[in-house]
Design a protein around this ligand. Structure first.
Ligand code: SF4
Length: 460
């Protein structure tokens, strides 16, 4: 795994993995060839291309071994917390307590893609009354019912209120099937009225003090439930320590994003960056290991940047990507079309911003939770996208629509209008279903055209 970096098929990556193992290279216990996961049904791996570094191999193995890790945690007597919807808040609390492991059942969102629909989760959800009018998060229902994926959590939490209709309906259906949920309220974030005391949130939004106080009191209820589950007290000192650990992950990701999205030529593929960013929300069920995995990726990106090596030639069109793609193959497609990722907003930018360490810890978590781009107006979200796209030097923006997602019907148009008005950049909206094979030629044409537009704008 040296020389100029390139993307490999799974078979090529597995060959390198076997050579690395035979040479006695240090590898984590969960590492091995990815074809093990294809045998378990993860067939989409056969259609993806992967970065050729040892760091990326570790990242993929870490991601793909998560369900095993959760089952091992249960077997070892740990309690499992299923945290739903808040993307980045409750896991910080859960990992501050001994003997708890938290994960997002929402992650089943990607199972139809990774297993190329073979797990039947969408069909199961349909049989439970949650069909194609909902976003792929409905796969979570199937995973709870067939019990073939993650272990059923000992405690389920879900933020409610300023939540998309899709998740709200799916979670309510889940509860009706006999899975009790601790609901906690998230108000729709608004700007303080004139004369109303306001609070600056991480990431730059603002909210009334009263909303922060409400979220803080709701998180106190979550704290009590976590303490009862763990049989241990979660004091402010423990919570502050948990916040510092979460910030280690966030700082690593900030360094990784800064370099991966700015160095020329592009040092790391878009697909690996998407996976790396996802580690922020619940540490892929192992906080310490997520630090090690991200540190390895950052080292690799630094090494490549120092050597001036990349996976594309220098000068590739710089694309800012909004929303995660239901089919991971779409991230490969960006580079197939000659474009490079230069920034992202995958619905959880609040999980990337550092949590304030100079505030009482619950106040800090409440402010961070309210900074979620999805709990406020679409115009707020668009303003954050504008700011980040400008900071990363974007030359175009892709808004990737999620089939069935209630917020995607109009939000893309709002974002596009604001980005065009403020930055004057070209914006395209694409819809990416969980298995996008039939649409790949169309998606490719649109991304090719976007790259061409960027090049023309450079040399009018
Ligand atoms: S509709 Fe959007 S925010 Fe809601 S669960 Fe689906 S992808 Fe997530």
């Amino acid at each position: 795994m040296s020389g100029s970096p390139k993307r490999l098929t799974m078979a090529e990556l597995d060959l390198l993995c076997r050579r690395q193992a035979a040479a006695g290279a240090p590898m984590a216990a969960y590492e091995g060839p990815l074809d093990r996961h294809v045998a378990d049904g993860d067939r989409r791996l056969l259609s993806l291309e992967f970065d050729d570094s040892a760091a990326a191999l570790r990242l993929w193995n870490f991601l793909l071994s998560e369900e095993d890790r959760l089952h091992q945690a249960r077997a070892a007597g740990k309690k499992i917390v299923g945290t739903m919807k808040d993307l980045g808040t409750v896991p910080v609390m859960a990992y501050s307590l001994p003997g708890l492991v938290a994960f997002y059942p929402d992650g089943a969102w990607w199972t139809p893609c990774v297993m190329e629909l073979s797990a039947g989760l969408l069909g199961l959800a349909q049989s439970l009354g949650v069909g194609e009018a909902f976003c792929p998060v409905r796969a979570m229902l199937g995973a709870f019912v067939n019990r073939a994926h993650f272990p059923i959590p000992d405690l389920l939490t879900c933020s409610v209120g300023a939540t998309c209709d899709d998740f709200s309906a799916v979670a309510q259906r889940l509860e009706s099937l006999g899975f009790p949920i601790l609901w906690w309220e998230m108000p729709h974030r608004r700007r303080p009225d004139p004369q109303e005391p306001g609070v600056a949130l991480p990431g730059g939004f603002e909210a009334p003090e009263s909303q922060v106080a409400l979220v803080r009191s709701e998180l106190e209820r979550v704290r009590a439930a976590l303490e009862a589950l763990a049989g241990a007290r979660l004091g402010d000192a423990e919570l502050a320590a948990g916040i510092r650990e979460a910030n280690r992950v966030r700082r690593l990701l900030a360094d990784l994003r800064r370099l991966a999205y700015t160095a020329e030529p592009c040092p790391m593929p878009a697909l690996e960056m998407l996976i790396a960013e996802m580690l922020a929300i619940h540490f892929c069920s192992d906080r310490a290991e997520s630090v090690a995995v991200l540190a390895g990726l950052l080292d690799e990106v630094r090494r490549r940047a120092d050597l001036g090596r990349g996976i594309l030639t220098a000068g590739a069109p710089r694309i800012f990507w909004v929303n995660p793609v239901a089919d991971l193959r779409a991230m490969n497609l960006l580079e197939d079309c000659g474009g490079r990722l230069c920034g992202t907003e995958f619905l959880f930018c609040h999980a990337l911003d550092p949590i304030p360490e100079d505030l009482p810890p619950m106040e800090a978590l409440a402010r961070m939770a309210l900074a979620d781009p999805m709990v406020g107006p679409a115009a707020d979200r668009a303003s954050r996208i504008v700011r980040d796209a400008r900071a990363f030097g974007a030359e175009a923006v892709v808004v990737s629509r999620i089939p069935g997602a209630s917020h995607c019907a109009l939000e893309g148009a709002v974002i596009a209008e604001i980005v065009r008005a403020e930055l004057g950049l070209p914006v395209v909206e694409l819809e990416v279903p969980p298995v996008a094979d039939a649409l790949l030629p169309t998606l490719k044409t649109r991304l090719d055209a976007l790259g061409e537009t960027v090049r023309r704008r450079r040399n009018p």
